[in-house]
Design a protein around this ligand. Sequence first.
Ligand code: HEC
Length: 209
Amino acid sequence: MEYHKIVLIHRILVSLFLLHYVVKGYFLIADKKETLAGYTAKTKIAEMVLSALFLASGIYLVAAGPALSMLMYIKLALVFASIPLAIIGFKKGNKILAIIAILFLIAAYGLAEISAKHYKKEDKKPVDTSNITSGPVAVGQDIYKAKCLDCHGAKGDAGLAGAKNLRITQLTDDQIKDVIHNGRPGMNPFPAIEEDQLNGLVAYIRTLK
Ligand code: HEC
């Protein structure tokens, strides 16, 4: 399965896991002890499966993906700290620990979102190519703006989620086309981009140097 699909699955699992813990946290704080016990018993197996898949997909993403950023390390630390806190908090009915665990999870979720958006905002200023109006470079630029900007940035070196710096790429034209067509860990494939458009993208990437 492709990396970006695992990212999507991981995000869904994380959202479900978080929602589940917000519900449990609510029952605990509202002193609905029996409701909490019933809910916990009913969701026990689902929670085990969910957390196993959540951890497995996360480990895969870290292992197969690009180098981790500082924000991602903090995120991982928050997630791993929240696990024992949640276990002890819910077992002992300790509201403070349970709340801290849930806040850690929410913070981790927020950090992942922030690190994604941060880059997008930073590097959305378009490159000045007012002198280029037609030819392969113009074709490439249009596609680049629509499909590559979010990760690689306007100048090719934004590096969102470990996106490689296109200004210093050592790849040949054919290798670049292959990466675009088939994707890489952290980069979704673009099988629908046609040959002349691929050539345009290569031509445009070469102008970023
Ligand atoms: C979702 C984010 C994302 C998008 C969108 C994206 N890329 Fe990437 N790209 C990456 C990541 C991450 C890598 C590094 C993968 C690796 O570790 O090999 C990469 C690597 C590359 C490389 C390889 C560079 C090298 O030197 O190895 C090329 C070429 C490239 N991307 C071109 C493009 C083009 C062209 C587009 C638009 C059609 C695009 N990318 C869209 C994230 C993205």
